[in-house]
Design a protein around this ligand. Structure first.
Ligand code: COA
Length: 535
């Protein structure tokens, strides 16, 4: 392995200004996270406590092994999406160690609208399940949910990817031997009752957990029977009479202890398939990343300097360094795991696409996971590029990336626009995880290009119709498009919509990748079969 050199001068004014700008972004990320972690309104949290219940985050903390990390997914989902609803989408999802075994944990937050499922809650839950399925992780659902959020019916009920998919995933994962375990901590109605009912094993808390397909109000409306919640669906009834639940716990803490015990009996966890080395910190200080990333989106960042601050020992064996130079490809280690890196350092040319195809093929043959670090305005356009066959070479790169069966990760560090976003393993290509730095942004095209494109379309219409517009009118027409595209591209818009899994501080990258690779390495290797390459 070759030690990477660095030309970063950390004493310059430019470095200082970049660093200040990035630290402000990191502070903003922390603020958003703590707002999301707080959960529902004070009134709801108080009520929760008065009922002697643990708050959802306390349940998660009690479930995972003391001192172990919790790799949270879609933390900022739904941010600003529904009035009066905090970020998080009324559910907490993430991977944590339970009795020494990594599990996907999904915990309803009943302090947010009774833990009911909005459209984004469904998307977040389904995404967590997909990750669990791909990594064959046991699923633990801590249930306390009123089921569907009724006013959000169109986004919850009718389609694939909504509430029904949560059930489908549970059932099919169970069929594949991926353990499904649930606890019922509070009143859980309709979908909230089906989730634990569809698990392999479940636990209910006495005098607190309740499950029914229709609550007392619905029962009265349907049959005129008056029945209280506990009689209708309490722990005693379900554990002794209906047999819907398997274990009766005395408290939240007791239910969680039972789950930890159930996980301890799941058998031997799968072995790590990759040979790892002890992790080594980079030689070049990762803190420098803040000062390296350009604060001005029009000034490119030298991403070789970024790679030098992410790899173990700052060691990187670059592949074809003299060819297609605006796409850096190469091998290195992150937290002891070997990875194949593809990182933009400018626009994608035909040579870059051919190099990427070759590189991905090598990684697939050697079972080396791929990390796509996106910072790209797109593929090269223009006559020369078209004549060089950019379309067929780009198609080869996309085919190779789409077919690669090695674990794939996307990290958007800067811009990620248009077909560049897709070719660098955009969400549509199902990376194992999609991460964004606060400086990451993605859209069909950049804000200026989008505004100019639409203005030029309008120019042509004016010409055709013999009309005209002033420079001011043209600018007034372009400004809103520019603003909309800027807002769209923002990393937090991606996080809000669950289009990415997490927005992370650059300094968290190595740890997050280490955890993700550790999980992927415990799945069986799949052979890659490429589609037809257009030569
Ligand atoms: N859809 C939309 N909002 C709902 C809801 C639903 N299904 N169920 C509850 N909410 C809202 C309430 O309006 C309330 O909103 P607010 O905070 O703005 O006042 C909030 O969730 C909390 O409800 P509350 O009843 O005060 O909390 P709780 O902890 O005492 O009880 C439930 C929670 C979920 C058990 C209870 O509200 C309930 O039984 N809801 C009906 C559930 C149902 O029938 N679902 C059918 C799904 S198909």
């Amino acid at each position: 392995m070759a030690l990477m050199s660095s030309r970063v001068a950390s004493s310059t004014e430019d470095f200082r200004l970049n660093r200040e700008a990035y630290l402000a972004r990191v502070a903003d990320l922390q603020r958003r996270r703590s707002e999301a972690s707080a959960g529902g309104p004070e009134r709801a949290r108080r009520l929760h406590k008065q009922r002697k219940q643990m708050l959802p985050r306390e349940r998660v903390a009690a479930l995972i092994d003391p001192g172990s990390p919790f790799l949270e997914f879609s933390h900022l989902a739904g941010e600003g999406m529904y009035e009066g609803v905090p970020p998080g989408g009324s559910i907490i999802t993430g991977v944590g160690l339970v009795s020494g075994r990594p599990c996907m944990i999904m915990a309803n937050d009943a302090t947010v609208k009774g833990g009911t499922y909005y459209g984004i809650t469904c998307k977040k839950h389904v995404r967590a399940q997909r990750f669990a399925w791909q990594h064959r992780l046991p699923c633990i659902t801590l249930v306390q949910s009123g089921g569907a959020n009724l006013p959000d019916q169109p986004n919850v009920f009718p389609d694939w990817g909504q509430f029904g998919t949560i059930f489908w995933n549970q059932i099919r994962m169970s069929g594949e031997g991926i353990a499904q375990i649930a606890t019922v901590h509070g009143t859980s109605t309709a979908g909230g009752a089906y989730m634990p009912a569809l698990c392999d094993q479940n636990v209910i808390v006495r005098n607190q957990g309740r499950m029914f397909l229709g609550g007392p109000q619905l029962v009265y409306a349907a049959t005129k029977d008056v029945v209280d919640e506990e009689t209708l669906g309490g722990g005693e009834m379900h554990s002794r009479v209906s047999g819907v639940t398997d274990y009766l716990a005395e408290s939240d803490g007791h239910a969680i202890a039972i789950v930890r015990d159930l996980v301890a009996n799941l058998g031997t966890p799968p072995a790590q398939r990759w040979k790892t080395l002890p992790p080594r910190p980079p030689v070049h200080d990762p803190n420098d990343i803040y000062g390296i990333i350009s604060r001005d989106t029009r000034v490119p960042t030298d991403n070789r300097e970024i790679i030098a601050r992410l790899m173990d020992g700052s060691e990187f064996r670059e592949f074809k360094p003299l060819y297609g130079e605006t796409l850096i490809c190469g091998f290195g280690r992150m937290m002891g795991f070997e990875v194949g890196i593809l990182c933009n350092n400018g626009v994608l040319f035909a040579e870059c696409a051919m190099k990427a195809t070759h590189f991905i093929d090598i990684c697939c043959k050697r079972d080396i996971p791929l990390l796509f670090m996106a910072d790209v305005t797109g593929f090269m356009v223009g006559r020369e590029a078209e004549e060089a066959g950019i379309a067929k070479h780009g198609a080869k790169m996309i085919t190779a990336m789409a077919c690669a069966e090695v674990p794939k990760y996307t990290l958007i560090i800067g811009a990620s626009y248009g077909a560049g976003y897709l070719a660098m393993c955009g969400r549509a290509f199902k990376p194992n995880a999609m991460l964004m730095w606060p400086s990451g942004r993605a859209a069909i095209m950049g804000p200026d290009q989008a505004a100019t494109t639409l203005a030029m379309v309008k120019d042509d219409i004016h010409k055709r119709e013999g009309t005209s517009w002033t420079t001011d009118e043209r600018e007034a027409y372009m400004a809103p498009t520019r603003k909309t595209f800027e807002e769209f591209a923002n990393a937090y818009n991606f996080a809000r919509n669950t289009w990415c899994d997490m927005v992370i501080d650059p300094l968290e990258t190595r740890n997050v990748m280490g955890l993700l690779l550790e999980l992927a390495g415990r799945t069986p290797a799949e052979p890659t079969e490429f589609g037809v390459f257009r030569m």
